[in-house]
Each structure stands twice: as structure tokens, then as C-alpha cells.
Design a protein around this ligand. Structure first.
Ligand code: BTN
Length: 318
């Protein structure tokens, strides 16, 4: 019911009387007044003026299902949103819901995580209300070897959305990080459930440092607020990410991964740099020269040979 009230206030220009709301929403005026009190305690700023009625002044920056879906014009991404105050990890919840048949594009987000995880067994710092901690269930008809396309597409979508929302250009550090200068702004984690040759579903998780302070993050990390000196609206940013992901995902499904690659090449933190890449086979050093059609990184070794890495941990040397 509170969602209906908020929706009603959002659609109304100026004030709306308690009488009109009570008629339109088939609720007593006393019940409306009570809901207004509750909504205010959730952070909605609602003016009440005698003889004029109510007006919504501002929304809280809370990643609730209602706020994320409000006004979001996507067909798949974010049409189903499940939000939590706190979770161990949105990845685990996404797998649980994915196994139960949650539809493609389901978004799982939490205001904080107690066991947020990153790649290679690392943890992801998730201070309450300061970042975006989100996982999305996808059911693409792609082979497991095309997974890195999804990671890169997410990096492109986040970078594009950050640019639209803050005008900052985050660069993409292969294979899964977004950087502002030399510091990490966001990380992407792509995990899958697969049968022998086909994907059952994929979970793409991303963590973005939005309004965190330096003391809440590692020395190697940065938030949007640290860079802009202003708080950034997380709902607006997440909605922009979902719009952008839907666009780039559509391109991949139509076989146009080359367009994702082009964005990565134009906004890369890795290409043309001397890098050291560590994976299960060990560490190698060379110059990152390109990202190929599968999303793999091509490295020219010091002996002139070119090798391809499909995953690994990249360190930029110079
Ligand atoms: C990395 O940089 O290694 C990837 C970090 C991914 C963090 C996000 S936060 C939301 C989702 N839930 C998790 O536990 N991890 C991902």
C-alpha cells in the first residue's frame, strides 16, 4: 500500500489533497496519514500543508525494490528486484533464486554484505548504504567459454553509467575491474551454473564504491564521492547501469561483441601498458596489446612471442 501512495505522489504535480488520495486509493484519510508517517521514517520527504494536501519533495537513496523499479524503462534488467538490508553475499542469494527459476534479469541487491566476495578468494568490503552491491541472474544461450563477454559487457555498462551520472570516465582494467586513475572503483564477479556444455544460468555480481569514505576502503580503492566531493544518488546510478546492461547484452546476443570490445579498447586501463598476469599456471610479464574476440588479453612477451590469457590477475607495471 505504501508503494501505491509513493507511486501516486510521484505521478502528481504539486499538492494532492488527503481527500483525493483517500478516494483514488480507497483508503481512509487516517490510514493515509499513518502511512505518510511511516514513509517519512523511511526517508521520504513529504510536505503536508493545510488546505493543499501532500507533496513528495525527495526520495531516500535506498536501494529498495520499489525505488529501483520506479520509472525504470527496461524490459528484462530490473523488472524483478529483490532487495535486502543485509546479506552475507548477493551472489549466494542469486544462486538460490536462480535454482528456484527466477527470471532472467532478476536483480538482487543489499544495503550491506557481511561476506561480500571478489575473485580469487578475495573479500569485497561492503559498508552499509555506501555502495552498490548487486547480482543479476541471466539465462543467455551462450557457451561457458563466452562468459568473459558478459564480464566485459558489464564493465562497459558500469563505465557508461558512471559517465552519464557523474561525468567521470572510469577505465576498464582487464578482466573485471573499473578504475579511476590508478585506484579501483568497482569489481565484477561472474559465476555460472552449467551442465556439460550449456549454461543453466549466470550470475553477474558487481560492487561499486559510491559514497564510501577513504577510511572505509582499502588504500588501493576509491569511491565516486571521494573523486567528485559530492554524494552520488545510488538509485539513479543503478537504474542507469540496468538500462546500459540491457543495451549491451542485446548486442552480445545478436553477435555484436565487437562493439563491446571497441568500447573496452577506447577506455582501457590495461592496453599498451607493461603488465604482469598471474593465473593458475604462474606469472608472466609483457605488453598488453589487444583484447581478442573472446575477451582474452593478448600479451607480447619480452622475447617477441604473443600469448593469450583468458583469465588471471593483472598488475599494471607502467
Ligand atoms: C572483484 O573485484 O574481485 C569482484 C568484486 C565483486 C563484488 C560484488 S558485490 C555484489 C556481489 N556480491 C558479492 O559477494 N560479490 C559481488
Amino acid at each position: 500500500m505504501q508503494q501505491k501512495i509513493i507511486q501516486f505522489l510521484k505521478q502528481t504535480d504539486g499538492y494532492v489533497s488527503g481527500e483525493e488520495m483517500s478516494q483514488q486509493l480507497s483508503m481512509s484519510r487516517a490510514a493515509i496519514w499513518k502511512h505518510m508517517q511511516d514513509l517519512r521514517s523511511q526517508g521520504y520527504e513529504i510536505m503536508a500543508v493545510p488546505h493543499l494536501g501532500y507533496q513528495l519533495v525527495s526520495n531516500p537513496d535506498v536501494l529498495s525494490s520499489h525505488e529501483i523499479k520506479s520509472g525504470l524503462k527496461t524490459k528484462i534488467f530490473g523488472q524483478n528486484v529483490v532487495s535486502f538490508d543485509s546479506l552475507p553475499s548477493t551472489m549466494d542469494e542469486a544462486f538460490r533464486l536462480g535454482m528456484q527459476g527466477a527470471p532472467e534479469g532478476t536483480v538482487i541487491c543489499a544495503e550491506s554484505q557481511t561476506k561480500g566476495r571478489g575473485r580469487l578468494g578475495r573479500s569485497w568490503t561492503s559498508p552499509k548504504g555506501k555502495g552498490i552491491y548487486c547480482s543479476i541472474i541471466l539465462r543467455p544461450k551462450l557457451s561457458p567459454s563466452q562468459m568473459s563477454q558478459l564480464t566485459l559487457m558489464t564493465a562497459v555498462a558500469v563505465s557508461e553509467a558512471v559517465k552519464k551520472t557523474t561525468d567521470l570516465q572510469a577505465t576498464i582494467k582487464w578482466p573485471n575491474d573499473l578504475m579511476l586513475g590508478t585506484k579501483k572503483l568497482a569489481g565484477i564477479l561472474t559465476e555460472l551454473r552449467a551442465e556439460i556444455d550449456a549454461l543453466t544460468f549466470v550470475v553477474i555480481g558487481f560492487g561499486i564504491n559510491v559514497n564510501s569514505t577513504a577510511s572505509q576502503l582499502l588504500d588501493t580503492a576509491i569511491s565516486l564521492k571521494m573523486e567528485t566531493q559530492k554524494s552520488v544518488n545510488r538509485v539513479e546510478l543503478l537504474q542507469q547501469i540496468l538500462i546500459s546492461m540491457e543495451k549491451w547484452y542485446g548486442k552480445i546476443l545478436k553477435g555484436h561483441f565487437d562493439e563491446v570490445l571497441e568500447y573496452c579498447r577506447q577506455n582501457s586501463a590495461t592496453l599498451k601498458k607493461q603488465v604482469s598476469i598471474t593465473d593458475a599456471k604462474g606469472t608472466l610479464e609483457g605488453k598488453a596489446i589487444d583484447i581478442d574476440a573472446d575477451g582474452g588479453l593478448l600479451i607480447r612477451l619480452n622475447n617477441g612471442k604473443t600469448v593469450k590469457k583468458i583469465s588471471g590477475d593483472a598488475l599494471i607495471l607502467k
